[in-house]
Design a protein around this ligand. Structure first.
Ligand code: NAI
Length: 249
């Protein structure tokens, strides 16, 4: 099991779902964590529960990753609280699904702003400090939709495909400073985000998954924990699908 003792991690969208599992898994493996989320009450409660269960310092605070000032303040909070940031996981993400003829400007912009610009905002805010300390581990949460596309999700798939180009470019930019940048592309994971989808769509997703089950948030969290650990120190610019075999590249 990857050991993350003495590491400081920052995770966005940490209040629930996959983000919560990432915070929990990193803390279980020894990291102290700042979890940010738009939902301040929920992320504070989540952080307190995980701190109590793991004995690590886990702090929750509000962040709107789509807002560059808020993202900057969030990263500053991590430095104020822990003095350093070793790991950044850009997990915050939303969907506003619609067929293109019905997709309005607001829903296009919002999804791109949160999912893609949000990762940019947080990476930019932390990059200088990681470069200076000559150590950093960044993981962006993409999606199978960003690799294979999905009808009704042109905005979401574009944001997640954008994250793949972003990940590869940043990996090239920061590699010489011992900073790795990778992405995890989850398949269908059972969370609030997917609970709302129609039953037929869920059945179709299950049929397309060779391992024959939906993902659990912990499946994604364990892959993230690997990528930010020393076991993965020679891996950068990669997109790791964690999807039960749904999309094989
Ligand atoms: P979720 O909806 O359960 O959790 C997302 C969290 O992000 C929420 O706590 C929400 O408050 C927070 N958030 C939303 N906008 C934010 C903002 N502007 N700033 C800060 N926090 C914000 O979603 P889930 O399923 O846990 O997804 C997590 C990530 O995994 C997302 O990026 C999603 O696109 C990705 N993903 C999820 C899949 C799934 O099947 N659930 C599949 C592929 C990717």
């Amino acid at each position: 099991m990857a050991d993350l003792s003495n590491k400081i991690a920052v995770v966005t969208g940490g209040a629930r779902g996959i983000g919560r599992a990432i915070v929990e898994t990193l803390a279980q493996r020894g990291a102290d964590v700042l979890a940010g989320d738009l939902n301040e009450d929920q992320v504070k409660a989540t952080a307190a529960e995980i701190a109590a269960a793991t004995g690590r310092r886990v702090v929750g605070c509000r962040v709107n990753v789509a807002d560059s000032t808020s993202a900057k303040e969030f990263i500053e909070r991590a430095f104020a609280e822990f003095g350093r940031v070793d790991i950044l996981v850009n997990n915050a993400g939303i969907t506003r699904d619609n067929l293109i003829v019905r997709l309005n400007d607001e829903d296009w912009d919002l999804v791109l702003d949160v999912n893609l610009k949000g990762a940019f905002n947080c990476c930019r805010a932390v990059a200088r400090a990681m470069m200076k300390q000559r150590y950093g581990r960044i993981v962006n949460i993409s999606s199978v939709a960003g690799i294979a596309g999905n009808a009704g999700q042109t905005n979401y798939a574009s944001s997640k495909a954008g994250l793949i180009g972003f990940t590869k470019s940043l990996a090239k930019e920061l590699g010489s400073r011992n900073i790795t940048v990778n992405a995890v592309a989850p398949g269908f994971v059972t969370t609030v985000l997917t609970d709302v989808l129609p039953q037929e769509l869920k059945e179709m997703a299950l049929k397309m998954t060779p391992l024959g089950r939906f993902g659990k948030p912990e499946d994604i969290a364990r892959a993230v924990a690997f990528l930010v650990s020393d076991d993965a120190e020679f891996i950068t610019g990669q997109i790791l699908s964690v999807d039960g075999g749904m999309v094989m590249q």
